[in-house]
Design a protein around this ligand. Structure first.
Ligand SMILES: [Zn+2]
Length: 747
């Protein structure tokens, strides 16, 4: 038997719930959304976004919307709007029949009330449950509100693409009209936008929406909403799209990033003073537009750029994509924050680590065929130009972005150390093990964002002081951290700002050459998917990415030709307002004259020398002894590891090879004295008796030279002896046209 007390209780509860719901659930309240106003660093208004980061809307009463527009929307979207109670069962039935026939699910049975319910619920997912809740809300709306109220809310709340919510803003943005002035054709266009805003927002500007608009007009004529004459008239009259471009937000990606930063800090401000420099931002937007037009034939559709003020960590300009409103190229993706492979753009941090580990700008690095263990096999790195350049200074290797010396350096300093440094520098996506990346990390096989890479370069610009965050608004606080050693950072800056050092690969007038001191590096990924150019002056850091958001390949575009010119123009523009100074040289930095072929302090026989900067702990260990007088000429004696490179590149030329670490036996070797041997002159014994008998490992006729002076010929029955003299000496042996040499030291 039913307990009547429980039944009464249940009925009462239900009644209270119903009454409460009816009384307090008013889904159509809150006409104007809370909005955020954004100002630039000088206090100029640069944009308004609604509280949810969504479209801005300004309300208009139903009687201020032209009757033509009302009729068009109702006819195209929901013919029986004034007759149904929220759900149009007749349309649902017809849609189900059609879906059954076509074998696919198309919507179209959604009433205006249902579309409004969907807008209120703001569901991203579209499963059966959500559709049922929507339908229930639609019925609720129909019971609680009048048809006029529902229609007014529909016009004012629906999204029309390009960040525009509401017909008032849409009419103004697309046609520079009020909703009262909209004609039939414009209303059809807006109805199509409301139907598929993301697909159609750009097509309206491209005039590729014409066919659909004509079809809409024909449909209206068929149903007697407009006359045949009106249809003909509107089909002939072109649609006057007059986008109010000044209403486009100049830095949409930036404003969204600001909103995210605000949410992270749980801030409740509605007036936000950002760090953006409006004029600079406008200039960067224009430069990107111009340069992309120039690069069109290279299949480059997008670019992103960021400008940071070094001393404050404030973001001066931030462009996430070439055109935020261009959905055909995914313009709403923020290229500043997207993760892509950096190519060579991380090399400066590897070279920094090398300087920390005993290398100097003068150190000679081998750019020759080399194999490195990798996984179960071997890795044979190649250069961008597919050439091998032999012994090169570290300065030359970084300047010309040679891959093999970079891989060699990473093998020397260790992948784990490099990965740890990059993680300290804020590269958040490099989360795998050092083994996962292997030596490829030197060439950028991990993914980074333009934001991260520019922030890391700003650390170089700030002499090693790292900013944990960059500032989007004037109210944020900077978190500083001393991370890199100032003397090594200065050396990296000097390397990256040396235009002569990159001439060999990029030519004397490359895009990174600027009329003021500027450090810069480019990056190009395999298959030309991404181009980077990042760099800094004393005042600002600029990062540029060029590529396609859909990751499609560009045509023959490298960092230096693709991103480089954008970087150059942006840095020139920025530096007009934030003039570059001279990079400050730390007091401990010393300069020494070095031999460019041995990387050691220049000696009297050296041919190519220059003044080089050193950190005081990393001075060259000795004076160059690799240049010696051979047969009366100053000659460079190559270390043995260059044997194959020499044979391949200079097959007809004579060269001298050091025998300290032979890779494989040559035709003949000097047996005595051994290379790098030490001898002492005995002051008691007669000098005549202190001689070295020079020997090779065969018995052929051999000419001997000491320090370039001929001293005799040895053979099967004849020895040559040399009387000891104090000093460092080069002893050469020649058979036919083949020569070899050793160096000895006599005290
Ligand atoms: Zn030398």
């Amino acid at each position: 038997m039913i307990n009547w007390r429980w039944l009464l209780f249940a009925v009462l509860c239900g009644g209270i719930l119903l009454f409460g719901g009816w009384r307090f659930y008013n889904p159509l309240s809150g006409r104007e959304l809370k909005t955020y106003s954004f100002y630039d660093r000088q206090g100029r208004l640069i944009g308004i976004l609604s509280a949810d980061g969504g479209p801005v809307r300004t309300w208009v009463a139903l009687d201020k919307i032209s009757p033509a527009a009302q009729n068009v929307f109702i006819s195209l979207e929901d013919q029986r709007f004034y007759r149904h109670a929220g759900i149009d069962f007749w349309a649902v039935g017809r849609a189900m029949l059609e879906n059954g026939r076509q074998g696919k699910l198309t919507s179209g049975a959604s009433t205006i009330t249902q579309q409004l319910a969907k807008n209120i619920l703001n569901n991203q997912k579209r499963n059966l449950w959500h559709k049922m809740v929507e339908a229930l809300l639609a019925v609720y709306l129909e019971i609680k509100y009048s048809k006029a109220e529902i229609l007014e809310n529909y016009f004012n709340r629906i999204y029309y693409g390009n960040l525009i919510g509401g017909i008032n803003t849409a009419a103004r943005f697309y046609f520079q009209k009020t909703p009262q002035e909209l004609n039939v054709k414009e209303a059809v266009a807006l109805a199509l936008l409301a139907k598929s805003p993301v697909v159609n927002q750009q097509r309206l500007f491209d005039h590729t929406l014409a066919k659909e608009i004509d079809r809409g007009l024909a449909y209206l004529a068929d149903r007697g909403v407009i006359t045949k004459e009106e249809q003909d008239y509107y089909q002939k009259v072109p649609l006057a799209v007059k986008p109010a471009l000044n209403e486009k937000i100049l830095a949409p990606n930036f404003l969204y990033a600001v909103l995210k930063a605000e949410a992270r800090q749980k801030k409740q401000r509605t007036k936000i003073t950002t760090t953006l420099d409006y004029e600079l931002q406008a200039a960067v937007v224009n430069i990107i537009k111009e340069e992309l037009a120039r690069l069109k034939d290279k299949h480059i559709n997008n670019a992103a750029a960021i400008v940071i003020e070094n001393k404050s960590g404030e973001i001066l300009a931030y462009v996430g994509s070439a055109d935020f409103y261009d959905s055909s190229h995914a313009g709403q993706i923020d290229g500043v924050l997207s993760y892509r492979q950096p190519g060579s753009a991380l090399k400066p941090f590897l070279y920094y680590l090398a300087l920390e580990n005993g290398f100097s700008p003068a150190t000679i690095l081998p750019d020759i065929k080399m194999s490195f263990p990798a996984g179960n096999g071997v890795y044979n790195p190649r250069n961008y130009d597919d050439q091998y350049h032999g012994p090169v200074t570290l300065r030359h290797a970084l300047g010309n972005s040679l891959n093999i010396p970079a891989i060699y350096l990473l093998s020397q300093v260790g992948g784990g150390k490099f990965l740890a440094l990059l993680q300290q520098l804020g590269f958040k996506n490099l989360t795998r093990s050092p083994e996962h990346y292997g030596l490829g990390l030197a060439l950028g096989n991990g993914e980074v964002s333009l934001f991260e890479i520019s922030k890391a370069y700003a650390c170089l610009a700030n002499a090693g002081i790292y900013f944990k965050n960059l500032l989007f608004t004037k109210e944020e606080q900077l978190e500083r951290l001393g991370l890199l050693a100032a003397d090594k950072v200065f050396l990296i800056t000097d390397l990256l700002s040396d235009n002569a050092a990159r001439e060999a690969a990029f030519g004397p007038n490359n895009s990174l050459k600027l009329p003021f001191p500027a450090a810069a590096k480019t990056g190009t990924t395999k298959d030309f998917r991404d181009n980077w150019a990042v760099g800094y002056t004393t005042e600002v850091t600029v990062g540029v990415w060029v590529g396609n958001h859909d990751q499609s390949e560009m045509r023959n575009s490298s960092g230096i030709t693709g991103a480089g010119p954008l970087f150059r123009k942006i840095l020139l523009k920025t530096s007009a307002k934030y003039p570059a100074g001279k990079f400050a040289q730390p007091a401990e930095i010393v300069s020494r004259n070095i031999c460019l072929e041995s990387g050691l302090l220049s000696g009297s026989n050296c041919l190519k020398t220059r003044s080089e900067f050193f950190s005081p702990h990393n001075l060259p260990p000795a004076v160059c002894a690799q240049h010696a007088i051979l047969r009366g000429r100053p000659t460079f004696i190559y270390p043995a590891i260059y044997r194959d490179w020499l044979a391949e590149n200079f097959p007809r030329q004579e060269y001298a090879l050091q025998e300290d670490r032979p890779l494989k036996p040559s035709k003949f070797h000097i047996l005595y004295p051994p290379h790098d041997a030490y001898f002492a002159v005995d002051p008691v014994l007669s000098r005549e008796d202190q001689r070295l008998t020079l020997k090779v490992d065969n018995e052929l006729a051999t000419e001997w030279y000491v320090d370039g002076q001929f001293i005799g010929q040895s053979g099967l029955t004849k020895n040559v002896a040399w009387q000891l003299e104090q000093g460092t000496h080069t002893i050469e042996a020649w058979q036919d046209k083949q020569g070899t040499a050793v160096r000895i030291n006599v005290y």
